[in-house]
Design a protein around this ligand. Structure first.
Ligand SMILES: [Zn+2]
Length: 486
C-alpha cells in the first residue's frame, strides 16, 4: 500500500530517546468512497494540507475506496470537511491503538530460537530473529532440497536471507538458455517470491513463511507439491526490508512503519519506499520526491542497498520466469505495468492475465476469499519504480506480479493472527497455479526458440518488436515480440 504524510516520527525521536513504541492512541481510519474524479482530487489535495494524513489506501480513481488514518482533533476536522464537501465516508477502524494492542503480541511471548524448545508456529507473527533462526534450521531439516542464500546486507547491517529450494529430480528438464546441464537445478525454470518489502504489512512475511514451510513439508508427501518442486526452482525471501521489519516489530518501534531505515537522504526523515526505488521508469507516476513522504522514491534509483542487492541477485538468476512481490492489503493480484496505463505486448499481457485469473480462482476456492486482478496502474493506482515492473521490464520475467494480501480494510495492516493460516493456505493454491505456468512457460520458450533456430549453438534466435529475427548473446534470452533480455 502506498501513502504519503509528514514525517513527524523521526523528528521527534531525535530528541526523545524514547524506549516505548510509538502510540496511535486517538487515531482512527476513515473509509472514503469517492464517486467522481473531482472528489478524488479534493481528498488527495486538500485533506493533507489541513492535517497529517497517513494513507492506508491512497486516493486513485473514482469508485476505488480510500482509507485515511488521522489522529486527535483532526478526526473531527476531517469528518466535518468531508461532510461539507458532500463526500461519502465512514469510520472504518475506530481505535487504531486498540487494534495494535490486540494484534501485536510479539513481545509478550517466548520466541523460537535455534536452541530452545519453543516450536515454530505458522499461526503467529514472528520477529526477524525468529524467522532468521527458523530459516537456519531448514538446510538440516531438508538437506537435499534447501540452500540458504545471502542476498546482501541492509543499511543497518542486517543480513538479507532467502531460501532456495527445489526437488531432487527434474521432471521439466529445460534445454534452453545455453544450458549444458539439463539435469541440474539451475536448468529448471525459477520462481521468486518475496515478502515484507513494506514493513507494516505483517501478513506478507507470515504468508511467505507459510509458503516456504508448507512447500518443503509437502515434498515427498503431497503429490502436487512434489511434482512442482521437481519442475521448478523456488526462491523465497520472507523479509525483504529487514531494517523496517525489525523496527515495526520492536518494543520501542513503530507498528505503522513502511519504508527502509536509511538516513542519507534527509536528516529529519528516515527511509525510502523500497517499492518506488527500482530502476524502471523510476520517479515517474505515483511516487514522491519528498523524503518525509511514505512513498518517497529515494534520491536516485537503487539508492536503497536492500533493493539494489535483491535486484542484482535476481538479475543474475537467468532461470527466473516468475516473480511475486507480496504486500497487504486490498486482495489484488496485479501485473505490469505500474508506471503507465499502457499494456505490455499482447502475448505477454494475455499470458499474465490468464495466470492472474487462474491463480485468483484457485485462491478463492479455499475459503471463498475474493481477489481482483489486472495491471497495477489501473487496478490499484499508478506506481513507478516498483519491483514487478523492473523484473518484467528489465529482466524479462514474464510472470511478474505485485500481490496485495488480506484484507479489504476491516483490519487493514493490523490483520489478526487468526487469519494467518487461512491466508497462507489460500495463497499457496494461487502459487501452485503460478508455479505450473512458470514450469510450462519454459518448455514453450524452448520449443519456440528451437523452431525459430537460425543461430549457432551459443545463441538463440528470437523475434524482436518489428517481427524480425535476431540472435541473443550468451546470458540473454528472448521474449517473443519483445526481443533479447538479460
Ligand atoms: Zn506494500
Amino acid at each position: 500500500m502506498q501513502f504519503s504524510t509528514a514525517c513527524v516520527v523521526a523528528f521527534a525521536s531525535l530528541f526523545s530517546g524514547a524506549a516505548a513504541a510509538k502510540s496511535y492512541e486517538g487515531h482512527s481510519v476513515l473509509r472514503i468512497n469517492p464517486s467522481t474524479q473531482e472528489a478524488v482530487d479534493i481528498i488527495k489535495n486538500e485533506l493533507p494540507t489541513a492535517m497529517r494524513v497517513d494513507w492506508w489506501r491512497e486516493p486513485s480513481y473514482p469508485g476505488n475506496y480510500i482509507d485515511a488514518m488521522v489522529g486527535g482533533s483532526d478526526i473531527e476536522t476531517a469528518k466535518n470537511m468531508l461532510a461539507a464537501a458532500g463526500l461519502d465516508f465512514e469510520v472504518f477502524i475506530e481505535d487504531v491503538q486498540k487494534q495494535i494492542d490486540s494484534t501485536h503480541t510479539l513481545n509478550s511471548r517466548e520466541h523460537f530460537t535455534a536452541s530452545n524448545d519453543v516450536a515454530f508456529d505458522y499461526s503467529k507473527y514472528h520477529t526477524l530473529d525468529e524467522i532468521s533462526d527458523w530459516m537456519k534450521t531448514l538446510p538440516d531439516s531438508y538437506p537435499d532440497l534447501v540452500e540458504l542464500v545471502d542476498v546482501g546486507t541492509s543499511f543497518e547491517g542486517r543480513t538479507i536471507t532467502a531460501v532456495k529450494f527445489t526437488g531432487k529430480s527434474n521432471s521439466f528438464a529445460r534445454l534452453g538458455r545455453n544450458s549444458t546441464d539439463a539435469g541440474a537445478a539451475s536448468s529448471k525454470p525459477g520462481l521468486w517470491l518475496d515478502g515484507g518489502i513494506h514493513a507494516r504489512e505483517w501478513i506478507s512475511p507470515a504468508v511467505n513463511v507459510y509458503l516456504l514451510g508448507h512447500l518443503l513439508e509437502g515434498y515427498g508427501s503431497d503429490a502436487e507439491i512434489t511434482e512442482l518442486l521437481d519442475a521448478v526452482e523456488f526462491t523465497i525471501l520472507p523479509v525483504f526490508n529487514v531494517d523496517g521489519y525489525a523496527y515495526t516489530t520492536a518494543e520501542d518501534g513503530d507498528r505503522m512503519w513502511r519504508k527502509t531505515r536509511s538516513t542519507y537522504s534527509s536528516k529529519l526523515c528516515v527511509g525510502v519506499d523500497p517499492n518506488r526505488n527500482w530502476d524502471w521508469h523510476w520517479g515517474e507516476a505515483g511516487t514522491s520526491k519528498n523524503p518525509c513522504a511514505d512513498d518517497y522514491q529515494g534520491p536516485n534509483a537503487f539508492s536503497e542497498i536492500e533493493v539494489k542487492s535483491v535486484a542484482a541477485y535476481i538479475k543474475a538468476q537467468e532461470n527466473l520466469n516468475g516473480y511475486v512481490n507480496f504486500h497487504s492489503y486490498s486482495q489484488l493480484w496485479m501485473s505490469p505495468w505500474g508506471y503507465t496505463s499502457d499494456l505490455p505486448p499482447t502475448a505477454d499481457y494475455d499470458a499474465q492475465q490468464q495466470v492472474s485469473k487462474d491463480a485468483t480462482e484457485a485462491l478463492s476456492k479455499v475459503h471463498g476469499t475474493k481477489f481482483d486482478y489486472g495491471p497495477i496502474s489501473s487496478t490499484i493506482y499508478p506506481a513507478s519504480g516498483s519491483s514487478a515492473d523492473w523484473t518484467y521490464g528489465e529482466c524479462g520475467i514474464l510472470y511478474s506480479y505485485g500481490v496485495e494480501l488480506r484484507d479489504t480494510g476491516k483490519n487493514g495492516f493490523l490483520l489478526p493472527e487468526d487469519q494467518i493460516l487461512d491466508s497462507g493456505a489460500e495463497t499457496l493454491e494461487a502459487v501452485k497455479v503460478l508455479a505450473r505456468a512458470v514450469a510450462d512457460s519454459k518448455k514453450a520458450d524452448f520449443v519456440r526458440i528451437m523452431e525459430d533456430g537460425d543461430c549457432d549453438d551459443a545463441d538463440l534466435c528470437v523475434f524482436n518488436d518489428a517481427g524480425d529475427s535476431e540472435c541473443c548473446t550468451s546470458g540473454e534470452f528472448c521474449i517473443q515480440g519483445v526481443g533479447c533480455r538479460c
